[in-house]
Design a protein around this ligand. Structure first.
Ligand SMILES: [Zn+2]
Length: 265
């Protein structure tokens, strides 16, 4: 169950996304953040081949999901606490299985130009539009967060096409080398707090301009748009105290102890 709000909650009974699938590979394995609500894992397993087919790429690279029990992350994000958020790199999955070292060290490609106002034309391609659109079109997806320069490019590229999918694609700090896909509260999680619905429309209006103000462009936001450092257990929903204090189950203790663990969930 997802408990609480995306930036203030936890995850009970989270499951692990296998680190290597036919059309996905998990990056930064040392972080142990490839956990999520079963609906999130199911979503990734369904979306990865869909995105590969739509873009003509081999697959997707998965960044952070959640910790095994969700909760505040010691660095990198404010959200990702309820097992319903996943970062997916823009950099396509290569045609081979990456080593553990490569997954730790490869730098994701940044699709935004140095001025923060445009995409980097040297690496931006139509497949990136398709990739974002495919994510936004999935019914279980609540929002897709991208850098404002990327949102601006989507507005330009889509011209007179059907733009109804674009309302879910929202600008946010960072997100220049990955998209952040957020799922709606699943039916099995009565204590999951829904995010207010996205305002209608394609978002290609004046509200976008604010992101290109000098002071916003020069804000120094930690890695992916904030951190939850400082958040205490008492700030989380009461149900999270039990989840985060529960002793490790024998199964999860064994899996944490073994490096090359079987991918059974
Ligand atoms: Zn994220």
């Amino acid at each position: 169950m997802a408990i609480g709000y995306y930036p203030r909650g936890c995850l009970q009974g989270g499951v692990e996304l296998p680190t290597t699938g036919p059309t996905w590979q998990v990056m930064r394995l040392s972080r142990n953040r490839n956990w999520g609500h079963p609906e999130l894992v199911k979503f990734i397993e369904r979306f990865a081949p869909l995105a590969a087919k739509a873009t003509g790429r081999k697959g997707i690279l998965i960044g952070d999901m959640a910790q095994p029990r969700g909760g505040p992350l010691p660095f990198g994000h404010k959200s990702h606490q309820t097992g319903l958020d996943v970062d997916i790199w823009f950099m396509p999955m290569p045609d081979r299985v990456l080593s553990k070292e490569e997954r730790e060290n490869i730098k994701p490609s940044n699709l935004v130009a140095a001025d923060g106002k445009h995409v980097n034309d040297e690496i931006w391609s139509a497949a990136d539009v398709t990739f974002i659109q495919t994510a936004a079109e999935q019914p279980e997806v609540e929002r897709v967060l991208v850098n404002a320069a990327i949102k601006k490019e989507l507005c330009r590229a889509e011209g007179n096409n059907d733009r109804s999918w674009m309302s879910k694609v929202r600008p946010w700090y960072g997100h220049d080398d990955h998209v952040h896909v957020r799922l709606k509260c699943p039916a099995d999680s009565p204590n999951c707090e829904a995010q207010p619905a996205v305002p209608g429309g394609d978002g290609c209006d004046k509200s976008l301009d604010h992101w290109f103000a000098d002071w916003i462009l020069h804000l120094k936001i930690p890695e992916f748009g904030g951190s939850s450092a400082g958040l205490k257990l008492k700030d989380l929903p009461p149900a999270c105290t039990a989840v985060l204090n529960a002793p490790a189950s024998p199964a999860s203790a064994a899996s944490a102890a073994s490096e090359e663990r079987p991918k059974a969930r």
